[in-house]
Write a protein that binds this ligand. Structure first.
Ligand SMILES: C[S@@+](CC[C@H](N)C(=O)[O-])C[C@H]1O[C@@H](n2cnc3c(N)ncnc32)[C@H](O)[C@@H]1O
Ligand SMILES: O=C(O)C(=O)C[C@]1(C(=O)O)C=C[C@@H](O)C=C1
Length: 247
């Protein structure tokens, strides 16, 4: 079955050398379990994406899901909106993710228009769209590439379009940051991860997932052209923002 998922045990045994985190086949095989146990509020964010689409999306508009992984956002939209309500393009750089997601969409929502492209989101020729989703993807781009991508996305959005940006975040204040990170590690422990798994994953993500502050995100969105953006969800050091293109 295409949605079969194994329990994430990637960092459960001591590794001589912890390699940089990458979205390879090992991660793909346990990704649904990994993201559900590692991202506070992940399910709630997915649920809200379809409510946001129902409110903001022009009938029949195009939706991009950038860094779509296994297409969870696409499945959420297809579960809530009829086939004629939107056309979806998921984009991901990982061949293993793309292959599996194409199969999932064929099996789970054959009536909906669901495309998946294997590409780098920094080099795409974007079609006009009503909604663009960046669900925990911008954090994996080199920081120097983030402004240009958001400016491109601003131009790709139709008037009245929305960008939803979910990210792991940091606090400028060291004590606040430490408190959030410690409670995040408690959250992971409560979800069955050991101290070894938490620490080895942290090492693997160093300089791979580079988080920004919420203030930096909103400033970047403004610079990209969005006159208005707000944080609609926050749970510890994970947040989701929405930015509006004026109609
Ligand atoms: C944390 S996952 C995203 C989770 C997914 N959006 C969800 O909601 O389930 C980040 C994804 O971004 C993809 N990615 C990272 N850099 C990328 C790039 N430059 N272009 C396209 N995809 C990229 C990775 O392959 C990975 O699948
Ligand atoms: O496990 C962590 O520390 C995370 O930051 C979670 C996180 C993410 O935020 O993208 C990191 C890598 C995987 O893609 C899934 C979730």
């Amino acid at each position: 079955m295409s949605d079969a998922s194994y329990r994430d045990a990637i960092f459960s045994t001591p590794l001589d050398r912890v390699a940089r985190f990458s979205f390879d086949e090992q991660v793909v095989a346990c990704f649904p379990d990994m993201i559900r146990r590692s991202v506070p509020g992940y399910g709630q964010i997915l649920g809200m994406l379809s409510l946001i689409a129902q409110r903001h999306l022009r009938h029949g508009a195009h939706v991009y899901d950038l860094g779509c992984s296994l297409g969870a956002s696409g499945l959420a939209l297809a579960g809530a909106l009829p086939p004629e309500a939107f056309r979806y393009t998921g984009v991901d750089l990982s061949p293993a993710m793309v292959e599996r997601t194409r199969q999932t969409f064929r099996e789970e929502c054959p009536e909906h228009v669901m495309q998946v492209e294997e590409a780098d989101i920094r080099g795409l020729d974007y079609a006009p769209s009503g909604m663009i989703i960046l669900n925990f993807t911008l954090q994996f781009l080199p920081p120097e590439d983030r402004n240009a991508l958001l400016a491109t996305l601003y131009y790709a959005l139709e008037p009245g379009g929305v960008l939803v940006l979910s990210e792991k975040t940091v606090d400028l204040d060291e004590r606040d940051n430490a408190w959030r990170v410690e409670r995040y590690h408690d959250f992971k422990r409560a979800n069955g991860y050991s101290d070894l798994e938490i620490s080895q994953k942290r090492t693997a993500l160093e300089n791979v997932l580079v988080p920004d502050t919420l203030e930096a995100h909103h400033a970047r969105l403004k610079k990209a052209g969005f006159a208005r953006s707000l944080t609609w969800f926050q749970y510890l050091n994970f947040a989701s923002m929405i930015a509006f293109k004026e109609s």
